[in-house]
Design a protein around this ligand. Structure first.
Ligand code: GDP
Ligand code: GDP
Length: 434
């Protein structure tokens, strides 16, 4: 769980340079719905132990100046709606431009932290020149040089200071589900179907930030929280930005959940954007259930479901141990099954295998299939255990961990999954020196 920080600003001011300096791992969020090429990035960072996600909403835009302007406006609007804090980057080399002034006008009205970063301040002369950015009416600014990192420490100190406090994951035993997917896949319909005729409780558990609002459900005898992906709110925002809004929401929802219910439209298939969301969830170590919705619209022959399932499994290799449920929200088909499966995945993700049992099962398997000799050396695995982490991680202790290759790791993962049910849950396997 963490805050989202957006970087906005004109092209070429140095947003990507800054972004790349800060993030540990880059996740591209690409959408090309409006016909212009946009390439936006999302990554994780932390400063003094405080974690946050950074979104470079910028990217580049091909087209006339008019398109530029419209794009920047959208970018800023997006940041205002979705981020917890905004870094507005300008360029001391070019000085204050009309476009900077437009953006500043939008940002002055926002009641979220806005940090003005004056970039490319590489020398003292430029430090003097930076003063002109006071005219933007955003108060104090931070002179930085993204290329060498100077000044970024002060900026990040101020950022952390300004970020709304997020409480540590509350000790709720209830599963937290996020319903994610492309626009029109049927997410809202799915959520609405949970507010059915049965007994249900709906309480808003106000989170600490505007967007982390959970709703508690009691449905089909299961209790769980739905992380509000805001998919229901603001349905018809700027048309061509819809896709990106939905990706942004998915990012936030995925970060705040235990299990993602990835809803896809059966008539559209498992396309690129769905895959992005899938891998985002996987890399965030979240449980995943794939819900193939609108199954009523698909013409079925004997093997249609099997073939469809096989198609999806090919797309998600090598992480194929994921439940796939075919549903029709419209016909109320298998909605129960969907929730039941999500609860099971939640249990799998929280499962702790006892060390004794784990060794009793895994060591004989390893003995029968030891790691192949590498450069004439033999790897001896002596002991293994599940680590006491929030999601499943396993350590295998051996003499020469550096000689264990990926195929063997995959072999171990497959065996582990066969023996212990971790369906729907990404797992990590480490080989460590003993
Ligand atoms: P974006 O379009 O806002 O993402 O900008 P980029 O990060 O692509 O940077 C645009 C150009 O500015 C690149 O040539 C960078 O090398 C350059 N640049 C970025 N930061 C600095 C800086 O601190 N000092 C100088 N002199 N150049 C920079
Ligand atoms: P969202 O954008 O993902 O929240 O999607 P919606 O829930 O708004 O659904 C988009 C459209 O798909 C609406 O017109 C729904 O009525 C329709 N829809 C949702 N689920 C089903 C289904 O199972 N079968 C069919 N045929 N249509 C569905």
């Amino acid at each position: 769980m963490g805050n989202i920080v957006a970087i906005v600003g004109r092209p070429n001011v140095g947003k990507s340079t800054f972004f790349n300096r800060l993030i540990q791992r880059r996740e591209a969020i690409i959408d090309s719905v409006s016909g212009v090429t946009r390439d936006r990035h999302y990554g994780k960072s932390d400063w003094n132990g405080r974690k946050f996600s950074l979104i470079d909403t910028g990217g580049y835009v091909l087209g006339s100046d008019d398109i530029f302007e419209a794009e920047i406006d959208k970018q800023v609007e997006l940041a205002i709606d979705e981020a917890d804090a905004i870094i507005f980057m300008v360029d001391v080399e070019s000085g204050v431009t009309p476009m900077d002034e437009d953006v500043a006008t939008l940002l002055r009205k926002v009641d979220k932290p806005v940090l003005l970063a004056v970039n490319k301040v590489d020398n003292n002369k430029r430090l003097e020149n930076a003063v002109e950015f006071y005219s933007l009416g955003l108060g104090e600014y931070f002179p930085i040089a993204s290329t060498n990192g100077s000044g970024t420490g002060d900026l990040l100190d101020a950022l952390i200071e300004a970020l709304p406090e997020i409480e540590e994951e509350e000790e709720s035993e209830l599963p937290r589900f996020a319903v994610v997917g492309r626009p029109n896949a049927g997410k809202s319909s799915f959520i609405n179907s949970l507010i059915g005729e049965d007994r249900y409780i709906v309480t808003d558990i106000a989170g600490t930030t505007r967007d982390s609002i959970d709703t508690r459900y009691n449905r089909f005898g299961f209790e769980f929280n739905l992380v509000d992906t805001a998919g229901i709110r603001r349905k018809s925002k700027v048309k061509e930005n819809l896709e990106f809004y939905s990706v942004m929401r998915s990012v936030r929802a995925i970060e705040n959940c235990d299990v993602c219910l990835l809803v896809l439209d059966a008539t559209r298939g498992f396309d690129g954007q769905v895959q992005n969301i899938f891998w985002l969830a996987q890399r965030n170590h979240k449980g995943i259930v794939i819900l193939v919705n609108k199954w009523d619209l698909v013409e079925k022959e004997t093997n249609t479901m099997k073939e469809y399932e096989a198609m999806i499994r090919r797309e998600i290799e090598p992480f194929t141990d994921v439940p796939i449920v075919f549903i029709s929200v419209l016909n109320k088909q298998r909605v129960f099954k969907a929730i039941e499966t999500a609860v099971k995945v939640f249990e799998n993700r929280s499962k702790k295998v006892k060390t004794r049992e784990f060794n009793d099962v895994m060591l004989p398997i390893i003995e029968r299939n030891p790691p192949p000799a590498y450069k004439g050396k033999y790897v001896k695995i002596k002991f293994c255990m599940q680590l006491p982490t929030p999601y499943p991680q396993f350590a295998f202790f051996c003499n020469l961990p550096q000689y264990v290759r990926d195929p063997y790791k995959r072999f171990i993962e497959n065996k582990l999954r066969q023996e212990f049910d971790f369906e729907g849950v990404p797992i990590d396997i480490f080989f460590r020196k003993k």
